[in-house]
Design a protein around this ligand. Structure first.
Ligand code: ZN
Length: 443
């Protein structure tokens, strides 16, 4: 088993901890929901996917003097300094975890729980050093739709405590199932975060902490816990900041970071984190945009520019339920940044093809010998949600492994280009053009 170390760094508390080899079994629940909070930050040992690569090993085979490609094909996303030597970190990102009632029924009957939904791509989730998802809904025990206390039904879909749209609540076992699937970090800044009201969000954060699933973008009532979390991999410290367009239920206790509310709190936070010497890069995951629209609006584009110009290196959006394009933006201070406006639905029961088509994004970063962390490239594996029966069972699949559906694949490649795809069985390389033998160099 390879080893990976991830530590959470809390600027305010100056506290960090190392995590070691994946335990044979998931970490035990901590009684009373003991968890990270402003008063007593603590990190929870969490499993790390088997066979997960580490950067030094991937660096080992690279040439001492980087190859500098002269001409690259159209439609291939590339970054000027992609081939500079340094420590490489690859982040995987998937879109909204929307576990509608059909999927919850399926998961709670399955031996492997929620993993049953995305089992065909578990190996891919674990391929990057750090894997992110948007957890679109609470995981709160013993609360009804209004957020009132009620007896918990246990691990079954009762449609009272555990419910689907429009007020989601997932059985807490989803958190550990995500961790064992290789997901390391989730954003809770989304419109469903308060679907079990304030107490539901408190209980959700307890569940995530107990499972060892890093989270950001939301806080418990009455605390001033940070809106961000910092993950450290191979000496590369990434600050994660989340925000949402709105919450479906009122945010009475100011528990969720908002993207557009006045006064703007996101941009100053990004600026502060970007200027913090111990942080190498800031990644923002805004939950925003018009639902079912395949392009970002002016409002979203403006926010993204503001966040990047304030110091963020990458912005990874979600919420529209469909994919929206990616782009490279060069900031006024000359940094080449990355944005993907919407990752679509990672899982859902939504039928239309665009809402069942998504991707695993692999974003590569390199911390150079000059100490500067840059984007080295972005690649993707096209995904779709396969439906079995009449909305009875759902499976997230990699299209190029499953052999289709080609119409879903065509939608995705039309937006992100064929050359930027990674075959599911290939090693994750986000800057393949740095290899002189890459077959697509333009002669
Ligand atoms: Zn949403």
């Amino acid at each position: 088993m390879r080893r990976i170390e991830i530590s959470l760094v809390f600027l305010v508390m100056a506290c960090s901890s190392n995590l070691s080899e994946r335990p044979a079994s998931p970490p035990p629940d901590r009684p009373g929901g003991a968890s990270r909070d402003a008063a007593a930050p603590a990190t929870v040992p969490r499993p790390v996917a088997e066979g997960r690569p580490t950067s030094p090993e991937r660096d080992a085979g690279r040439p001492a003097r980087p190859f500098v490609p002269q001409r690259l094909p159209d439609g291939y996303l590339h970054y000027t300094d992609a081939c500079l030597p340094g420590t490489q970190v690859t982040i995987a990102a998937v879109g909204d975890l929307l576990v509608h009632h059909e999927l919850q029924r399926q998961a709670l009957k399955a031996k492997n729980g929620f993993v049953a939904i995305w089992e065909p791509v578990v190996d891919l989730l674990a391929k990057a050093e750090l894997t992110y998802a948007n957890l679109e809904g609470p995981t709160a025990r013993g609360l009804d739709r209004q957020g009132n206390k009620t007896p918990d039904p246990g691990k079954r879909f009762d449609d009272k405590v555990y419910t689907g749209y429009p007020r989601f609540n997932y059985h807490p076992s989803i958190a550990r199932d995500l961790v064992t699937s290789g997901v390391d970090i989730v954003s809770m800044a989304n419109n469903h975060a308060l679907d079990r009201a304030a107490l539901g969000l408190d209980r959700t954060l307890d569940v995530l902490d107990s499972a060892g699933l890093n989270h950001f973008g939301a806080r418990r009532q009455g605390t001033d816990a940070p809106w961000y979390v910092v993950t450290e991999i191979n000496g590369v410290a990434l600050a994660w900041v989340g925000c949402t367009l709105y919450t479906n239920q009122p945010d009475k206790h100011g528990q969720v970071m908002h993207c557009f509310k006045k006064p703007d709190r996101v941009t100053p936070l990004v600026r502060k984190l970007a200027q913090t010497p111990t942080i190498d890069a800031v990644i923002v995951t805004p939950h925003m945009g018009k639902e079912y629209v395949p392009n970002p609006g002016k409002k979203e584009q403006k926010l993204v520019r503001k966040l990047l110009d304030a110091g963020a290196l990458a912005v990874i959006g979600s919420h529209p339920h469909v994919l929206q394009p990616w782009e490279k933006h060069v900031t006024p201070d000359g940094r080449e940044t990355f944005t993907l406006f919407s990752l679509g639905n990672f899982c859902s029961h939504q039928r239309p093809l665009p809402r069942r088509s998504s991707m695993i994004l692999f974003l590569g970063l390199t911390k150079g010998h000059d100490g500067v962390t840059r984007v080295n490239g972005a690649r993707y594996v096209p995904l779709h949600v396969r439906m079995e029966g009449d909305m009875e069972r759902f499976f997230v699949e990699a299209i190029d492994r499953a052999g289709g559906p080609q119409d879903s694949r065509a939608l995705t490649t039309a937006m992100f280009g064929e050359l930027n795809i990674i075959a599911p069985e290939d090693p994750i390389v986000t800057n393949p053009h740095c290899d002189p033998t890459w077959p697509h160099h333009v002669k």
